[in-house]
Design a protein around this ligand. Structure first.
Ligand SMILES: C[S@@+](CC[C@H](N)C(=O)[O-])C[C@H]1O[C@@H](n2cnc3c(N)ncnc32)[C@H](O)[C@@H]1O
Length: 260
């Protein structure tokens, strides 16, 4: 599987994706309080990217561990952690074949990273491996796109921009409907970054990446079939009071799983 080219540019990723970091981290904290094991502290970020959650939570005193496929992302997180004297251990790893060792109170996999698990077998293997890394009653939080309207499956386009200092990052997310494999429930999507910096504009095209479409009931069944987690709740936003439902036209599903 090829990783998107944009993940080789963690500094731009960190700017482009900064918008909701605090709310997402506070959601993790709320889940730990509401459902987590007592005194939960040790957290694992699967597909940590530029480490926006790792840094925020490390600043609150959590000892953090992260893994990501991109060596550039891992190097960036290490550099930021050492510059800011934060307790963050990070390494290269593949969520399809996790090799990390350790014991954690909770893990999370945010912003569509879970959709890189393309087959049911990969999902089940992943869930069972994550469960092995957790204490009994430990939490696993997932977050991925769900089509809010069925006629938009694999044909959504989103665009947003974020600024830090004098750098502006415009992010384009595009799904390619003609790439749909209706049997495997996969399709190709792509990220493009447009960067305005030092009076110049440049573009980084991520290239197409194949990702999985999960439907809510199917995901619930996969979790049940794994035999290692119970599904505690699903949310349409990073807010425990906002359920995943059609009222909010939820476009993402955040699921709280608890190890049996
Ligand atoms: C959309 S980013 C999400 C990053 C972070 N979770 C966040 O919320 O900002 C997806 C991340 O998954 C990583 N990734 C892609 N395939 C992966 C794999 N097979 N195993 C681990 N990480 C992977 C990418 O390098 C990238 O950093």
């Amino acid at each position: 599987m090829s990783n998107s080219e944009v993940y080789r540019y963690p500094r731009y990723y960190a700017i482009g994706y900064q918008w909701n970091t605090q709310q997402e981290c506070q959601f993790i904290q709320s889940c730990l309080t509401a459902y987590g094991p007592a005194q939960a502290k040790r957290l694992l970020d699967i597909g940590c990217g530029s480490g926006r959650h790792l840094q925020w939570l490390a600043m609150q005193g959590y000892p953090m561990t992260g893994v990501d496929l991109s060596s550039e992302m891992v190097a960036f997180v290490q550099e930021q952690a050492s510059q800011n004297h934060l307790s963050i251990a990070v390494s290269i790893d593949d969520l399809r074949e996790l090799s990390i060792q350790g014991t954690f109170d909770a893990a999370y996999c945010f912003m569509d990273t879970f959709r890189f698990l393309l087959t049911n077998e990969e999902v089940l293997k992943h869930l069972r491996k994550v469960a092995e890394l957790l204490v009994p009653g430990g939490l696993y939080l997932t977050d991925f796109w769900i089509p809010s309207q069925w006629d938009q499956i694999a044909s959504e386009i989103h665009q947003w921009e974020q600024t830090s200092g004098s750098t502006l990052v415009r992010v384009f997310y595009v799904q390619h409907p003609e790439s749909v494999d209706p049997v495997a429930q996969t399709f190709e999507d792509e990220l493009v970054f447009e960067i305005e910096e030092a009076g110049q504009t440049k573009q980084i095209r991520g290239g197409r990446t194949r990702t999985r479409l999960f439907m809510p009931q199917e995901f619930r069944l996969l979790v049940e079939h794994s035999g290692v987690f119970d599904c505690v709740s699903t949310h349409g936003e990073f807010d425990l009071s906002k359920p995943f439902d059609s009222f909010y036209h939820s476009w993402r599903m955040i699921t709280v799983l608890k190890k049996r």
